[in-house]
Design a protein around this ligand. Structure first.
Ligand code: ADP
Length: 496
């Protein structure tokens, strides 16, 4: 190997160009770049260094970098220089420096040696990045995590240390009652309710195997004092490592919501039970009442047949009333039985074409349609819905039957139609009858409620109560609207 050949004039130009180029990069760098000689005397200083530390090049070049170093860290600088001279690099070394105005700033340093033409280390170039805002942001995140109203814990998911707690916030220790030190010794499984252990184990297993990156689970955790707390646990892998080696768990106390849900469920069951008991009662009562009623009717009939001649006119009238009332009571009991059966009977359910159901209902109503001279119109198509055809037939029979019964002066005209709304079909049975006072429009759907006396219109007051129960059993609603010019429009909505 001979002496290095001196650079040719063209080579000199290139070197000069590169030097200029590098100097421009250093000048415009966002990072503070300074160089110092072996004695730690500053030899160059860029604009970012001026911004970061507050000194102009005139104020600092030729002075010792010790100016920038807090008293307790002076030894540190010597160590950095020693390492560089020994050929080592310093990468992202986090430390503190002092600005010209005396404030301390957090910086991340990267240092590398400066060689002369012979390859000797003649100085050190240091690049500094302001970490103050980054560190403040990190501290604020840390504080927020620590004071967050949810329990937060970070744990290892590395195969050999899986489940090991790395850090937990204040709420986590408060929620479970363990000190941070005690918590570090705990495994998630140790404080999990036996009934929740299996689903949790499977989810953790899937996380460990990389089959999922997060999960959420409602479960019970045992507090240090022994009582169980309902919590909502979510676990997500933390990005960074590949495969990830950390996961974050959030724990939210849902005891109050759970207690409210339990209470709601308890009330729902109570309501269901008492409704069933009421239906059972109505069924048994009406069933048992029928027997003496049948005997009462039989005896009054025998009284009329065998002893009718012994009664005067008033006696016969009274006997007639007794027989009428017994017959009315029988109708009421029959209707009540029907009503209670609606709830208990397991009617067949399926797709029902309401058009077909209407035809069946009209066959039963034919004599009354003829008798009243009524006209029954169907405006458009009736829909196909889900439910019991027997019950829908009853619904049409009751509604059309009422339209014929509560007729006005003119012959009845009953019009059926259906409209498709957002989530439901609205079916309408409109008549030109006597109409209903809107103030009483809700009452008529209640059991035994009527707006007229027996003398005016016969009936038990159960027809519309039965209609309401049928519609509600099919998750629908029923109501009545007035019709301008007289009459009523009974409407029921069924989900499609
Ligand atoms: P009932 O027909 O046995 O009286 P409902 O429960 O069917 O019992 O009807 C309750 C009351 O609602 C009736 O007594 C009547 O006053 C009123 N009503 C029912 N349908 C009509 C109708 N289409 N037009 C006018 N009023 C009606």
């Amino acid at each position: 190997m001979g002496e290095p050949t001196p650079p040719s004039p063209a080579g000199e130009e290139r070197v000069e160009f590169e030097r200029e180029h590098l100097a421009a990069i250093v000048r415009s760098s966002e990072d503070a770049i300074l160089s110092k000689d072996r004695n730690a005397i500053v030899t160059s200083w860029n604009e970012a260094a001026e911004r970061l530390y507050g000194y102009t090049p005139d104020e600092i070049v030729g002075k010792s970098v010790a100016l920038l170093i807090p008293p307790e860290r002076q030894g540190e600088e010597l160590e950095i220089v020693r390492k560089i001279l020994a050929g080592e690099r310093i990468d992202h070394y986090e430390t503190e420096r002092i600005r010209k105005d005396g404030t301390r700033i957090a910086v991340s340093l990267t240092a590398s040696p400066i060689h002369d033409a012979r390859g000797e280390v003649v100085g050190v170039s240091t690049q500094a990045r302001d970490m103050t805002t980054t560190q403040a942001a990190l501290r604020s995140v840390e504080q927020q995590l620590h004071g967050a109203p949810v329990g937060i814990a970070v744990f290892s998911v590395a195969p050999d240390t899986f489940g090991q707690l790395l850090t937990a916030n204040l709420e986590m220790t408060r929620l479970l009652g363990y000190s941070p030190a005690e918590m570090a010794e705990l495994s998630a499984g140790a404080i999990t309710h036996p009934d929740d252990a299996e689903p949790e184990r499977i989810l953790f297993e899937e996380l460990a195997a990389g089959r999922r990156s997060s999960f959420g689970l409602e479960k019970r955790n045992r507090h240090r004092d022994g009582h169980w707390i309902w919590v909502w646990l979510t676990v997500s892998l933390l990005g960074g490592g590949d495969p990830p080696n950390m996961a974050i768990a959030h724990l939210l106390d849902i005891s109050e919501r759970k207690a409210a849900e339990d209470e709601l469920e308890r009330r729902r069951r109570n309501l269901e039970r008492s409704n069933a008991e009421l239906d059972q009662f109505a069924y048994v009562a009406s069933h048992d009442l029928k027997e003496p009623l049948i005997l009462l009717s039989a005896y009054t009939r025998m009284l009329a047949e065998r002893h009718g001649d012994d009664l005067d006119e008033e006696g016969l009238t009274f006997l007639g009333h007794v027989r009428e009332e017994a017959a009315r009571m029988k109708s009421m009991i029959d209707d009540l039985l029907d009503y209670s059966r609606l709830q208990t009977s397991a009617e067949e359910a399926g797709r029902v074409a309401l058009g077909d159901v209407l035809d069946t209902a009209l066959r039963t109503l034919a004599p009354r349609v003829e008798e009243t001279g009524a006209r029954i119109d169907v405006d458009g198509e009736l829909p196909v819905v889900e439910g019991s055809s027997v019950q829908f037939e009853r619904l049409f029979r009751n509604l059309i039957g009422n339209a014929l019964k509560f007729r006005g002066e003119e012959p009845p005209v009953v019009t059926l139609s259906a409209e498709r709304a957002d989530h439901e079909w609205v079916v309408c049975v409109r008549d030109n009858g006597i109409g209903i006072d809107p103030a009483k429009a809700e009452r008529i759907f209640e059991v035994f409620q009527r707006l007229h006396s027996q003398d005016e219109y016969a009936g038990t007051g159960m027809g519309l109560a039965i209609c309401k129960r049928i519609v509600e059993r099919h998750r629908g609603r029923i109501w009545v609207d007035p019709v301008s010019g007289g009459g009523s429009a009974f409407k029921f909505a069924l989900p499609h």
